[in-house]
Design a binder for this molecule. Sequence first.
Ligand SMILES: NC(=O)c1ccc[n+]([C@@H]2O[C@H](COP(=O)([O-])OP(=O)(O)OC[C@H]3O[C@@H](n4cnc5c(N)ncnc54)[C@H](OP(=O)(O)O)[C@@H]3O)[C@@H](O)[C@H]2O)c1
Length: 393
Amino acid sequence: MKDKISIGLFGFGVVAQGLVHVLKQTQGDRISIKKICVKDPDKARSLPDSMFTLDEDELLLDEDINLIVELIDDAEASYRIVKKSLQAGKQTVSANKKMLAAHLDELILLQKEHHVSLLYEPSSCGSIPIIRNLEEYYDNDLLQSITGILNGSSNYILSKMTGQGIDYAEALHQAQELGFAESNPTLDVEGIDALNKLVIITVHAFGLYVSPGNVFSFGISTISAQDIRFAKEKGRKIKLVGQVRKNQDNTLSMYVIPRMVSQEKYIYNVEDEFNGVVIKGAFYDKQFMFGKGAGGFPTSSAVLSDITALGYDYRYEYKKMKLQNRLEFSNQGIVHVYLRYAVESDFALFRFEEIRERYSSAGFNYVTGLITLENLQQIRTQLSGRNVFLAEI
Ligand SMILES: NC(=O)c1ccc[n+]([C@@H]2O[C@H](COP(=O)([O-])OP(=O)(O)OC[C@H]3O[C@@H](n4cnc5c(N)ncnc54)[C@H](OP(=O)(O)O)[C@@H]3O)[C@@H](O)[C@H]2O)c1
């Protein structure tokens, strides 16, 4: 890349404003923002009006701009912008995990076709450099699983409910006020944001792209004080956890689900908006990465790291995608779950392989037992809107 990095920035929200601040604190004059494309013409901005435009082509067709940084909250527009940017031969950074998880297979091909690089470290776990580590350091077949708290807002909500007894709605409101939650918080609390990150992480950990629609995910939006109390009585905390693991038959299991985490686990002490990722391998057992997974400054520091990496022409090689012995995704795995439900017809949706414990009283019914991910995925859409809560034990 040229000596000077001239950025065309899309978006001027929490992360983009964080980037402007971080750039001011850390860089000389090698990196500068030439123009910012936003959506709302009426919003007051903290930079001069001349910096802003509503026309995306002003950035994408400007030959002086050699790097596009896409930090917007609209996945469809993000896809269009990132695609056009790569097709125009511009190095690109994106933080949009929803867009990336949906289109990564195509974007990998586009990078090759146009000899450009797309980096997206901020999309997965905010400030934690998980992607580049998986890509460079864990570049072998020793990896067994990646397990993590991948969503800062839901972790913040669970921390406040467990630690301070705050109710769900108040804790969600706090997460939104603090800028941790997505513009559409459904993505956070339904486990979809964690799922999107898991899809991206799996590409770099195991070289396999799996469309998010094929992977079971369940969030925390139906959690109750009863569930928190149940976990506490067993010395556990409920955390929203994403996992991808390699099975002995060369298949990969992937899922996102609340989990009752015991004290000896690394992720037990990951609180508030922090994320924590446990990397398990054949000979080193477990390693743990911990850091802020959301918020303007932590996320923008990952954006800056990608910008500087593009300054020395870094690109993801996707080496594991080229391996001979490719892994296959499978929903055959079995999970041990706690299911709290209100009415028998909701319980009847689940096809347990084995029931271990069953309890019923006025207002509190639960079962624990073994169930396949396949069955959970089959009934996933039917669970929406029902008063049921699931957690892995
Ligand atoms: N916040 C976090 O902690 C965090 C962490 C990791 C990743 N991310 C990701 O980073 C991205 C940005 O998040 P954010 O929290 O900064 O969002 P945000 O505060 O809601 O800001 C979104 C920005 O996108 C702009 N925008 C929306 N559609 C646009 C379009 N079609 N063209 C140009 N600009 C458009 C908006 O413009 P206006 O200002 O004109 O409304 C706004 O400035 C998202 O993909 C998010 O998933 C966020």
